[in-house]
Design a binder for this molecule. Structure first.
Ligand code: ARG
Length: 467
């Protein structure tokens, strides 16, 4: 940031009441320009909408409005090309823009703030910024879901172990596992979309807190900025930060999902599992161990959840004790939202890249699917279905056969019919049909189950939903 020297005299925006300039420490704690300059485009969009409305309602002369509009466009281009001189003494983006506008167009700049305050201005700017992030999160989620759907479609019938307690539980399909994440990110998508609908009201024109005596048209500015309506209560409008909290809440839950998936990718790409091979593009090597290919992107995604939760907690703490309406505490609402948004978008993009590029190792998945007595439940179900045993008894008999296989160091399908019959005389050769993992997954045809036909139905349902 290029800085202009601190003026010795009082502040040019509100200096009328102040004889002395601020102490350097006061200036340092008070200034937000170091971070809120990220809202420059939103600030100028808000000011342009406000100025146009002041013209349309006859509150300002047309000539002033034209000068303001031209001046604001110049300020925007200076910021975009990087020639704008940001000043800490001018505290925040709102006063930096207005001061530069005054340099450029003189007196009409001083009329821009008619019928508004920095309180409704900052609420408007920040809402516009967060709204853009909700839109970016929606795009990021859709891209990730499409990558997962492609994996699910390719491997709708590939068998793999399903886990509980990270212990082999029952065979499932790769497609089914991918689709579990589609459901999770689909809920994130729903939260992002809900939040956008709820937040889309305009604070502009609430002024400092009480509204204004000027005959402003808040519907006009709301519409110009893409809001559905003006916020209905001026006190609420300037003191509400729910929109940022909802964004962080949705981002936090999404980050949990990203982190859980990242954890699975770390486990699955290890030499002990070999379920997936991550692409070179999303892995790194070790400077000392030549054999290593590390899942760094997944690990970083797993870690990012911490800072996103941190942002959520921090903003809840900032807001929790504030009386209505605006308090300067609320300036502390932005930095961490910016950081959380940046990292959420990066994590979504990195996860999308990893998922698109990764290769599922079908043979390793199938081999693991059959180990760990994963079809024990199928055996118990067979005893119930074919021999009519009560499930508890079937469970007991199956348990004894698992113990026998464990003792022999083999899997359930490797036991002989004699050995099977030692546990229950009624068992026949047909039992071996259900002990294979392929048959096991094909049999789980209940709605939401792992059978390939059910998985393919879910893939096409989601394709329809998000196309
Ligand atoms: N920089 C301030 C913020 O981010 C702008 C609003 C200042 N309003 C005020 N009454 N001091 O919250």
């Amino acid at each position: 940031m290029t800085d202009t020297p601190t003026p010795k005299s009082s502040n040019q925006m509100w200096g009328g009441r102040f004889a002395d300039g601020p102490d350097a420490i006061m200036e340092a704690i008070n200034a937000s320009i170091g971070f809120d300059k990220r809202m420059a485009a939103q600030d100028i969009a808000g000011s342009r909408a406000h100025a146009a409305m002041l013209g349309a309602t006859g509150i300002l002369e047309r000539s002033d409005v034209d000068a303001i509009r031209e001046g604001l466009l110049t300020v925007l281009s200076e910021i975009e090309v990087g020639t704008f001189q940001f000043s800490t003494a001018l505290e925040d983006i709102h006063m930096n823009v207005e001061a530069r506008l005054k340099d450029l167009i003189g007196d009409p700049a001083g009329r821009l703030h008619t019928g508004r305050s920095r309180n409704d201005q900052v609420a408007t700017d920040f809402k516009l910024w967060v709204r853009d992030q909700l839109d970016a999160a929606e795009r990021g989620l859709l891209a990730l879901m499409r990558a997962l759907l492609a994996q699910a479609e390719a491997g709708a019938d590939w068998v793999m172990p399903g886990f509980t307690h990270l212990q082999t539980a029952q065979p499932v399909t790769w497609g089914h596992h991918m689709m579990a994440y589609v459901e999770m990110f689909g809920r994130d998508l729903g939260r992002v979309r809900d939040a956008r609908v709820r937040m889309n009201t305009s604070p502009l024109g609430a002024a400092a807190l009480a509204g204004t005596s000027f005959p402003i048209d808040r519907h006009m500015t709301a519409e110009a900025l893409g809001f559905d309506t003006p916020a209905a209560n001026s006190l609420d409008a300037v003191s509400d930060r729910d929109f940022a909290l909802e964004f962080l809440g949705a981002a936090s839950i999404c980050a949990i999902h990203l982190s859980r998936f990242a954890e699975e990718l770390v486990i699955w790409s290890s030499a002990q599992f070999r379920f997936v091979t991550l692409s070179d593009r999303f892995s790194t090597g070790s400077s000392i161990m030549p054999q290593k290919k590390n899942p760094d992107a997944a690990e970083l995604i797993r870690a990012k959840v911490g800072r996103i939760f941190g942002a959520n907690t921090a903003l809840m703490m900032v807001m929790k004790g504030l009386p209505l309406t605006y308090s300067k505490d609320m300036q502390e609402d932005k930095e961490q939202v910016f950081d959380a948004a940046d990292n959420l978008m990066l994590a979504l993009a990195a996860m999308t890249g990893m998922v698109s590029d990764m290769t599922a190792n079908r043979e390793s998945l199938a081999a693991a699917a059959g180990s760990g007595f994963s079809t024990a439940t199928d055996l118990a179900d067979w005893l119930v279905r074919v021999l009519g045993l009560p499930f508890r008894e079937a469970h007991h008999i199956t348990g004894s056969l698992v113990a026998l296989a464990e003792q022999k160091g083999c899997d359930l399908p490797d036991l002989s019919l004699d050995e099977m019959q030692s546990a229950h005389a009624g068992i026949t050769n047909d039992v071996f049909d259900v002990l294979g993992v392929e048959n096991s997954v094909r049999s789980r045809i209940s709605y939401g189950g792992t059978a390939p036909e059910r998985v393919r139905e879910q893939v096409s349902r989601w394709k329809d939903l998000i196309s």
